[in-house]
Design a protein around this ligand. Structure first.
Ligand SMILES: Nc1ncnc2c1ncn2[C@@H]1O[C@H](COP(=O)(O)OP(=O)(O)O)[C@@H](O)[C@H]1O
Ligand SMILES: [Mg+2]
Length: 348
């Protein structure tokens, strides 16, 4: 593997922190590249691998990351995330079609691109329903719509001035502050969080308003938690996130239960099957359960909190055997990338 050329886009606080550590620990050489450079394609010509952990917090990346990464894949370079892994990222509307097309157990989801179609449906369906914008995290753009009248108000906004899509800084902020148990540390926390709050504020301002569509899911009642299963290759990591007090939403609550014995392994099996069908390199699934404990997917994502996955202290393989021991998801991603290239090189 000595002649392997690895390019990493370095974004502090992203998966690249650990990818760089991984290479250093194993004396694997790598180069830092800047995917925003206009001549990046020329610069990448002699590389075998490119890793770039871009996410919804960066409006610049959203403008071109998918198109760019697919172009790099077409040069014969192994990329993370590849297009199968990221085309549907931060896009719950896209995920609806994707999951329906392979018969995955998605929470029944409804999307309308015309005001009249939306109103007609609202007048015949039952409530409550869950309203979501196509993007967002930490439950920031998810709300319960209790009746027809409230749903119609949302339609008016969706086909009028539109919604401002919020990155999750307020929910994240309140969660992080709540979890600060040492009273005197509030100021310290605010100071540490300030730079990320400023960058989220700037990125929110850059985002266009969400309009011209409306998306609802059936409300699946009585879920006290959601189950987050993260599949990377032949590994599935799992934990449960408790819903907030007096709320139905778990995502962003910060209240995680790592007790693996409480995880419905049907979620693990479904996650493996769906990830394989979609040919995804890495995919986090959020599951809730119906009244018969059947898991239903609410959304999928290739971006997630790596430290929460690492804290799982074990994972399942595809035969649902348990393997003990913590692992950084970034290490698993990198190991899979290098293994694939190595096999390819050896077969030449
Ligand atoms: N259709 C639904 N019925 C009941 N609860 C839901 C439904 N959809 C989402 N939730 C709850 O709301 C949370 C946030 O929803 P999700 O679609 O995962 O949004 P986000 O992208 O903000 O994480 C989930 O973690 C889950 O607890
Ligand atoms: Mg979620």
């Amino acid at each position: 593997m000595k002649d392997l050329r690895i390019a990493i886009h370095d974004r502090k606080g992203s998966f690249s922190d650990r990818w760089i550590e991984y290479c250093k620990e194993r004396h694997i050489s790598y180069s830092i590249v800047n995917c925003y450079d206009s001549d990046i394609i020329t610069k990448l010509k002699d590389f075998d691998v490119l890793l770039w952990h871009w996410d919804h917090g960066d409006p610049k990346a959203i403008l071109f990351a998918r198109q760019f990464l697919l172009s790099v894949e077409n040069m014969g370079i192994k990329v993370f995330p590849n297009i199968n892994t990221c085309w549907h990222f931060d896009d719950k509307v896209g995920q609806k079609y994707m999951l329906e097309s392979i018969g995955a157990p998605l929470v029944p989801s409804h999307v309308f691109y015309d005001k009249k179609d939306a109103i007609d449906w609202i007048e015949t369906t039952n409530f409550p329903k869950v309203f979501k914008l196509r993007g967002g995290a930490g439950s920031s753009n998810v709300s319960l719509i209790k009746n027809q009248a409230d749903a119609k108000k949302m339609v008016k906004i969706a086909f009028g001035r539109g919604f401002r899509a919020n990155a999750s800084y307020f929910s994240d902020f309140s969660t992080k502050m709540r979890k600060t148990r040492i009273k005197n540390d509030y100021l310290g926390k605010i100071k540490r969080l300030l730079p990320s709050l400023v960058s989220i504020y700037v990125s929110n301002k850059m985002r266009a308003r969400e309009k011209g569509y409306i998306y609802f899911q059936n409300f699946i009642p009585d879920n006290k938690y959601d189950t987050r299963i993260t599949v990377i290759g032949n590994r599935a990591f799992g934990f449960r996130r408790m819903v907030r007090k007096n709320d139905f939403r778990a995502s962003g609550s910060g209240n995680i239960d790592y007790d693996l014995s409480k995880i419905n392994t049907k979620c693990v099996a479904i996650a493996f099957e769906v990830a394989e069908k979609l040919q995804s390199q890495s995919m986090a699934f959020d599951f809730i359960e119906d009244e018969n404990s059947n898991p239903l997917i609410v959304e999928v994502s290739y971006c997630y909190l790596a430290s929460a996955v690492q804290a799982c202290n074990g994972h399942w393989d595809k035969d649902l055997n348990r393997h003990e021991g913590a692992m950084w998801p970034q290490d698993a991603i990198m190991a899979d990338m290098l293994a694939r290239i190595d096999t390819k090189k050896q077969s030449k």
